[in-house]
Design a protein around this ligand. Structure first.
Ligand code: BES
Ligand code: ZN
Length: 883
């Protein structure tokens, strides 16, 4: 591998030291201008660590110009400090300093979208994780909590609205067409939660009455003209506020809560204290331009960022290694919120579906890491599905181990003990340690060991004792270097031959109805259940009680039995997925052996009973009818066979679509007759079922299906129906494919958010001209790679399109490598997101490996590569023996 001139430096958890100085307060004055902004920071620092005596004081600062620096009103003499690439060092600092630092910023040139930047005429900030250092010199670390006051000065005409955290305490006009506003945040916070917004914005307002009868003013700001599209976000915000009071006793603390939507944003949204900033795609929805999934996402993201006010802001992180403390916990909270607002069973399935599609492969690949990593080069690279979603599962396991009541008590204790503090994940776990009986120390392996645990189960029957035996082995997962077993809750139950739940007798299990929650903690363990007949079918990992992979000696009939009768809606779905997967892999094998894969009659029977079952909620039925993704298939293979996986999955869809064409058509037509558009959980479920059915009808390749799909596109009165038809038509070579694309474009040109859907529909296509299409879209006038949403819609979708991106010609790899290098020059966060595509490197065949290697070496030998991309690409390259 070519060696770079300077390898970026790694930060280690074990090197953590408390901050030498605390910052009691900061007063920031901004004279705003997109070309040249001056930031004046007045900060009082106090030495807090004795051993720091005599050591220099370091303040982070990056890509900013130092205009002046004073202490107690006197300019610091030359030689008493120095400026380097990463910040400012003051030699021999006194115990107390009152610094005044003037810096110069260029928001319009800030293409990284970190720090203060310009988007669509708005000036805004993004400071997590390390953006504040791009505004002023400051100890940019989460354990330095400060009181912030901000004065914003700007042109009144261009920036009539001036916002920052906390409360507005003063505003007035100034000469020369300027005005100013002063905001004060009474709560101490780390600088990553600091925010500022200035612009000419539209606004919707509302209020919320808290449980203690305080009235909170709620505001959502957006581009002028988009106000109507903020209503759903406002409703979601109120639901989230109420829910947090009811479920966790958490009340909002300031008198004002604001959200601002902007069009160029690196993430979905950011939880700045009292002033959340959102990607407009996570706020703006209406039936014509947004799908049901978009509506659901807005509700979730609004809730997530709001929940951070307690889990993240009031209680914050000691250092960035603790990221899962706020993100894992807050995802757990937003998942619970979604479950309470809609159907719990479906919400759980969707969360697990997402975890398996995204987090399991990550944990099996070159960038696998524990939810609490031991080191990083770029913290930005660690906002991963592992930290977030495995982190949420770890919180959920604590809940399962303790039970709802004790978990709730633990959470109350957590809020009480740590309010206003910057803490660690160990502190979090300690809140439960004192309450629960379970051994939470052994549980801590989840924080430090990477890899998805693999569990192998055997069923046995002890005729003498009349006991049903579960024998459990923990196999060390391939990606985990350590081999220590994990402690986890395993929720099990038993179904008798007639389909009824059985009541067992077992010591040391927590019982919830006829579900038994075992605490598994050893490499090999045996659990004996009394009162269970030999013929019973065990139902395992109910509700997905632990994020593990299980192999169990199930026959297909057992899976069918679980699908048909289990009381747990998750395991019923899971059994369907297991069954589909087995059939898919039989087909893959047939294909490899040169046999024609044959239909599986048992499957047809199961499918038929799902289709005809009348008491299933539509959304749940849609889940049961959905096949596992190609990503999940890949995750189960040692060497991925992209082509065979794709062919098998398409074939299975086609044969199901043909076999059930008539009944599906009938069901589809019945659903399509309902023209009235309602946004509630049930109607969303109906639309989801409708598009799932349409997907199968289209897979049959019958001309009738194409006509139907085209008709749905043409007559749709909402984006959900329009977009699903548009997307499905992109997978058939037919004249309608192009026609709907053009019509969609003409209808929505000018709406950047909707055009992202137009890009996605094209880059998810399974047809063989997809890559060429994607390449030509890079030059489309509507495509702007300075807007992260565009890159993610076109290229982010493409790298998830496995058969296309991993095409054996290697051209997909080349295309993405070219784009990584191009985008890296202006936005390393976005370029490093595309490196995700290479994470299957260790599992591809030698031919692909050689081509991937070539592209990654081309990337890593670039002289000006960002540390973000360097870290990920070097991990990929080091993960597998070179071909
Ligand atoms: N704190 C994050 C935003 C963030 C992400 C800042 C990465 C810096 C780096 C925020 O709370 C978040 O997690 N947002 C998610 C959405 C959420 C529903 C999981 C996002 O932006 O995708
Ligand atoms: Zn978050």
């Amino acid at each position: 591998m070519p060696v770079k001139n300077s390898t970026p430096k790694e930060t280690y958890l074990k090197d953590y030291k408390p901050a030498p100085y605390t910052v009691d307060s900061i007063f920031l004055t901004f004279d705003l201008d997109p070309e040249n902004t001056t930031a004046t920071s007045q900060l009082s620092l106090r030495r807090s660590q004795k051993e720091q005596d005599g050591h220099p004081l370091f303040l982070n600062g990056e890509d900013i110009e130092l205009f002046s620096i004073k202490n107690n009103g006197t300019v610091l003499p030359k030689g008493t400090y120095k400026i380097e690439k990463e910040g400012l060092t003051i030699f021999e600092p006194p115990e107390v300093l009152n610094l005044e630092i003037k810096t110069g910023l260029k928001p319009s040139k800030n293409t990284r979208l970190s720090g203060l930047y310009e988007t669509g005429g708005i000036l805004c900030t993004q400071n997590e994780a390390e953006g504040f250092r791009r505004i002023t010199f400051f100890p940019d670390r989460p354990d330095v909590m400060t009181k912030f006051t901000t004065k914003i000065i700007a042109s009144k005409d261009k920036y009539p609205i001036l916002l920052s955290n906390g409360n507005l305490i003063e505003e007035s006009d100034l000469p020369n067409g300027k005005h100013y506003a002063v905001w004060e945040d009474p709560f101490l916070k780390p600088c990553y939660l600091y925010a500022l917004v200035a612009g000419n914005l539209g606004l919707i307002k509302s209020t919320f009455k808290t449980q203690s009868n305080r009235t909170i003013e709620l505001r959502i700001y957006c581009d002028k003209g988009s106000e109507d599209k903020c209503q759903h976000a406002m409703n979601s915000l109120k639901k989230a506020m109420r829910w947090d009071e009811e479920k966790f006793g958490r009340e909002y603390d300031l008198d004002l809560f604001m959200i601002v939507a902007v069009s160029a944003f690196n993430f979905g949204a950011m939880e700045n204290k009292g002033l959340n900033i959102f990607n407009s795609n996570a706020i703006l929805v209406d039936p014509e331009t947004a799908t049901d999934d978009n509506f659901m996402r807005v509700e979730k993201v609004v809730a997530h960022e709001y929940f951070h006010n307690w889990t993240g802001n009031r209680i914050t992180l000691r250092d960035w290694f603790q990221l899962t403390l706020k993100e894992g916990l807050t995802v757990y909270r937003d998942q619970e919120f979604t479950a309470d607002m809609h159907y719990r069973g479906i919400a759980r399935i969707e969360d697990v579906f997402y975890l398996r599609k995204n987090q399991f492969p990550e944990d099996a690949g070159p960038t696998s890491h524990p939810i609490k990593p031991a080191s990083y080069i770029q913290i930005d690279n660690f906002y991963t599905t592992t930290i977030y979603y495995k982190g949420a599962e770890v919180v959920r396991m604590i809940e399962s181990l303790l039970g709802k009541e004790d978990f709730k008590k633990g959470m109350e204790k957590y809020f009480l003990d740590y309010d206003g503090k910057a803490i660690t994940t160990e502190d979090f776990v300690k809140s439960f340690d004192k309450i629960g009986a379970a051994d939470l120390k052994a549980f801590s392996k989840w924080y430090t060991q990477a890899g998805t645990p693999e569990i192998s189960l055997r069923f046995d029957y002890d005729d003498n004792e009349e006991e049903f035996i579960l024998e459990i082995d923990q196999i060390a997962s391939s990606s985990s270097k350590e081999k220590e077993p994990f402690l986890f809750p395993l929720a099990v139950g038993f179904i008798d031959i007639s389909g009824k739940p059985l009541r067992a007798k077992i010591a040391n299990a927590r019982e919830v109805g006829t579900t038994y929650i075992l605490t598994v903690s050893k490499k090999r363990e045996r659990f004996a259940f009394k009162n269970i007949p030999k013929t019973a079918v065990p139902s395992l990992n109910r509700g997905f009680s632990a994020p593990i992979k299980i192999t169990a000696p199930y026959e297909k009939e057992d899976l069918l039995h679980i699908m048909e009768y289990d009381e747990d809606s998750f395991t019923r779905w899971d059994a369907s997925q297991e069954l589909y997967k087995r059939i898919l892999f039989e087909m893959v094998k047939d294909l490899k052996d040169g046999r024609k894969p044959l239909p599986d009659l048992e499957l047809y029977e199961a499918f038929n009973s799902i289709l005809t079952e009348e008491n299933l909620e539509s959304g749940y039925k849609a889940c049961l009818l959905t096949l596992p993704t190609e990503s999940e298939m890949a995750d189960a293979q040692e060497i991925i066979d992209f082509e065979a996986n794709h062919i098998a999955r398409e074939l299975l869809k086609e044969s199901l679509g043909l076999w059930f064409f008539e009944p599906m058509l009938k069901m589809y037509k019945a659903l399509a007759r309902k023209k009235e558009y309602v946004i509630d959980t049930e109607s969303m479920g109906l639309r989801k079922l409708k598009s799932t059915l349409l997907g199968y009808l289209m897979a049959s390749r019958k001309p009738d299906a194409i006509r139907l799909c085209y008709e749905q596109f043409r007559t749709a009165n909402n984006m959900t129906d329009q977009f699903s038809a548009l997307t499905l038509l992109q997978n058939s070579f037919c004249p309608e494919r192009k026609e709907v694309l053009d019509s969609f474009y003409n209808q929505w040109k000018g709406n950047g958010l909707v055009l992202c859907k137009w890009f996605m529909a094209q880059s998810q296509s399974t047809l063989k001209d997809t890559q060429g299409l994607v390449e030509s879209l890079l030059n489309h006038p509507a495509y702007d790679d300075k807007i992260p949403n565009n890159v993610r819609a076109l290229l982010g979708t493409f790298i998830q399109n496995l058969p296309q991106f991993h095409h054996k010609s290697g051209s997909g790899y080349r295309l993405i490598a070219d784009q990584i290098l191009k985008i890296d020059k202006f936005n390393p966060h976005v370029s490093s997101g595309l490196v995700q595509g290479f994470k299957l490197y260790s599992k591809v065949d030698p031919l692909r490996k050689a081509m991937m290697q070539k592209e990654m070496e081309r990337i890593i030998s670039d002289d000006n590569l960002s540390p973000n991309v360097y870290e990920l690409v070097s991990k990929c390259l080091n993960s597998a023996p070179k071909s």
